[in-house]
Design a protein around this ligand. Structure first.
Ligand code: SF4
Ligand code: MG
Length: 338
């Protein structure tokens, strides 16, 4: 229990006019310094919400959070807005998909990188500007001492993404959460940005959570993987275990095109027939059962009535009633040889 980031039994529920949306419904995971956790799943699986909860970026008026989020020994779930503000930027930072939305069009790129640095370190304007130039250099912007005075629209999409990374990393955060960080970029730029993130991680020892629907991104960056479905983790393990030897029928669907680990092309998830369940009224039993082709192998109709749990206290496992032998034989006989 001395992990750098430890999330235990996290529930994030939203009150809506139609009822309670169980966006995250009992999630636990650990993350060590210097390592990368990839979270994969369809949209609406709870992967973004989980991370907004870690950052404390939810609307407290309609959101109920239960469970424990501990970052470097500090409990975040009960933390005040003021405490969280102090942590954001300095201890944890977020990289978004859309750099145009994250960067203000009205301020120079340099100012937007310098500002959080001044706020968190008390540096002077001059020091912060020098730091901004340094950061732009670090993320590979040519002529950073000139470009520091540019506005975001004067940067290309790839450069803006780099600038956003510079802004996120300016205070040397220990935890970086990247939500679809390369989705809007072309494949070559994507690969460069991911390489950049990895090398910055090696330099600073930051822990990274990367949220993506792109299995190529997972293969290229992650050490551990969590597959999420309907607000829960249905399978976890190392990147090799999950991508090359998946155990859960949902993962079998998603991973039907497993990329080579050195692949740099985009490999989207394979669409699975049917839609993710409503999180207002998730199906009883296994939330995946309406879409699962294997529930008839589980005796007693348990898939329809009993919620499968992820085995505790181990990194490798899947939440599915099939026996280990069944998982193994279905995967090797039916799934792999396609
Ligand atoms: Fe399919 Fe049943 Fe496993 Fe759920 S528990 S994934 S319905 S076999
Ligand atoms: Mg999302």
């Amino acid at each position: 229990a001395s992990s750098f980031l430890s999330v235990t039994d996290l529930y994030v529920h939203f009150a809506t006019e139609d009822g309670t949306v169980k966006a995250v419904d009992g999630l636990s995971f650990d993350l060590e310094r210097g390592s990368t956790l990839g979270i994969v799943g369809e949209s609406g699986s709870g992967k973004s919400v989980t991370n907004l909860a870690v950052l404390g970026l939810h609307n407290p008026r309609n959101t109920t959070i239960r469970g424990e989020i501990v970052l470097d020994g500090q409990e975040l779930t009960g933390a005040s807005e003021r405490q969280l503000n102090r942590l954001r930027g300095k201890k944890m930072a977020m990289i978004f998909q859309d750099s145009l939305a994250a960067l203000s069009p009205f301020y120079t790129v340099g100012r937007q990188i310098a500002e959080p640095f001044m706020k968190h370190t008390g540096a002077s304007r001059r020091e912060a500007r020098a730091r901004a130039v340094d950061m732009l250099r670090k993320v590979g912007i040519p002529q950073p001492e000139l470009r520091v005075d540019d506005y975001p629209h004067q940067f290309s999409g790839g450069m803006r993404q780099r600038a956003m990374i510079a802004m996120a990393l300016v205070c040397d955060p220990d935890l970086v959460i990247a939500d679809e960080p390369t989705t809007a970029l072309d494949v070559t730029v994507q690969a460069q940005i991911l390489d950049l993130l990895k090398s910055l991680q090696q330099e600073t020892g930051a822990a990274i959570i990367i949220i993506t629907h792109d299995l190529g991104v997972i293969a290229k960056t992650a050490d551990q993987v969590m597959v999420m479905y309907a607000g829960r983790c249905v399978e976890r393990g190392t990147v090799k275990e999950v991508m090359h030897h998946p155990q859960h029928p949902y993962s079998w669907g998603l991973l039907s095109s497993v990329p080579r680990l050195d692949s740099s092309v985009e490999i989207p998830l394979v669409p699975i027939p049917g839609a993710p369940p409503s999180l207002l009224a998730p199906p009883p039993g296994c939330p995946f059962h309406p879409r699962c082709g294997f529930s008839d192998r589980v005796p007693g109709g348990a898939c329809h009535t009993v919620r499968p749990e992820l085995p505790d206290a181990q990194q490798r496992g899947s939440a599915c009633h099939l026996t280990e032998t069944q998982k193994e034989s279905v995967f090797t006989e039916q799934i792999r040889p396609r």
